[in-house]
Design a protein around this ligand. Structure first.
Ligand code: AMP
Length: 407
């Protein structure tokens, strides 16, 4: 039997998401999620294709226990880690630094390098590592591949990746712009080119990944030339709970004037800012609902306006970076679902050739679709992201030497 399946694991700090994908027919035989790892009760939801989900609530102390539970659930459906159809496991790894520019087969040296990057990704890399180590112990016979969120951005020119700070300090502590969400930016920019019937290598794209975390990227002929997240995922756009760009002196000011500690400011900017900080809600659905009615419509409106203003500035900036733009692609939870955000983001940018067609923008749909008027100079599109498919595709290509089309 030919091994055509890839298990994709996304090990976060308190959750593990997984999908089993079959690269031969595009099916997903199982998907699932374990939440609240390390808390008193954790929840596992496992969904085998075409059958009802199974849920378990029990304490799951750590990633090792979590992955063992995932392996058990897969086993119950005959999809276990020793199944002959399983070709590899693909792991999402948030930070790959400058070294990992491509998906990489995991060995001890790779693990050591991911470990070395923990100081620049203290929230994410330890959880990713815990997931990888357990998966390697559970399935030592399978090739395992790390797919890095930063990899797609390693093509940024040095002048876009550097902060204008003392080079010696920056180099000693690896302070530079890395960018994140790269798997999504890679997938969406390619799909956006496909939607126009063009080759990625001949297409310039601005990707707006607007989820709970949010980032923009400028992609020139298939290669990332700038992105809005930096050393960490805090820089750039306004997000659900993150501030995005602020004057760095805000940190000094709050330390000196408000007596806040560095850790408190870290929490403030990462967890209590963005939409949440501006209006008390981090979910764009709530913000949009409150703008329409309710006693506190004003705070919701201001949060929306700050969010959209930042977005528009990045669209303008990336026009300047790219020179010529063929398509602006909206993706992730907000980008795929919130028509008012998409409309507001391009309003006033007619001079750059941007517009949305109200009917196309309002129409719901599952797949990639154009929302600009047919005569528009620059296409505007909604491209649903699929990071699991991208991780599986890259993993499969690396371990088998085959692309999905050849399977
Ligand atoms: P993601 O991180 O891509 O899963 O996106 C999650 C975010 O998408 C949520 O926090 C919501 O703010 C947003 N979202 C999801 N569905 C909608 C919707 N129908 N309208 C507006 N925002 C949405």
């Amino acid at each position: 039997m030919r091994a055509t399946r890839v298990l994709v694991l996304n090990s976060g700090s308190s959750s593990v998401k997984y999908q089993l994908l079959d690269m031969a027919d595009g099916s997903r035989p199982a998907t699932g999620l374990i939440e609240r790892i390390g808390e008193r009760t954790s929840r596992l939801r496992h969904t085998p294709a075409g059958r009802p989900s199974r849920e378990r609530e029990e304490p799951v102390a750590d990633h090792e226990t979590a992955l063992k539970a995932v392996a058990e659930e897969l086993d119950r459906d005959g999809l276990g880690l020793d199944s002959p159809e399983l070709a590899a496991i693909g792991h999402r790894v948030v930070h790959g630094g400058r070294r990992f520019t491509e998906p990489t087969v995991i060995d001890d040296a790779v693990l050591a390098e991911i470990e070395r990057l923990v100081p620049v990704a203290p929230l994410h890399n330890p959880a990713n590592l815990a997931g990888i180590r357990t998966a390697v112990a559970l399935a030592p016979h399978l090739p395992q591949v790390a797919v890095f969120d930063t990899a797609f951005h390693t093509t940024m020119p040095e002048y876009a990746a550097r902060y204008a700070i003392d080079t010696a300090v920056a180099d000693a502590h690896r302070v530079r712009r890395y960018g994140f969400h790269g798997t999504s930016h890679a997938y969406v920019s390619r799909k956006a080119a496909e939607l126009l019937g063009r080759k990625p290598s001949e297409t310039n794209v601005i990707v707006l990944h607007l989820g709970n975390g949010a980032s923009a990227s400028a992609v020139a002929r298939g290669r990332c030339v700038d992105t809005s997240m930096g050393l960490t995922p805090l820089e750039g756009l306004v997000m659900g709970t993150r501030s995005g760009d602020v004057d760095p002196a805000v940190v000094f000011h709050l330390t000196r004037v408000a007596g806040m500690s560095v850790d408190e400011i870290d929490v403030l900017l990462n967890k209590r800012s963005g939409l949440l900080g501006l209006c008390g809600d981090n979910d764009m659905r709530e913000v949009l609902r409150r703008m329409e009615h309710g006693p506190d419509a004003e705070a919701a409106r201001l949060a929306f306006d700050v969010y959209v203003h930042r977005l528009r500035k990045y669209i303008g900036a990336y026009h300047a970076v790219l020179g010529r733009v063929d398509v602006v692609a909206f993706t992730a939870g907000v980008g795929e679902n919130a028509a008012p955000v998409r409309e507001a983001a391009v309003t006033g940018l007619e001079g750059l050739g941007l517009a949305v067609d109200p009917e196309r923008n309002a129409a719901r749909g599952d797949g990639p679709r154009l929302i600009s008027p047919p005569t528009a100079r620059v296409a505007v599109a909604v491209i649903p992201t699929d990071e699991e498919l991208e991780i599986a595709t890259q993993t499969y290509a690396l371990v088998t030497g085959r692309t999905t089309d050849e399977t």
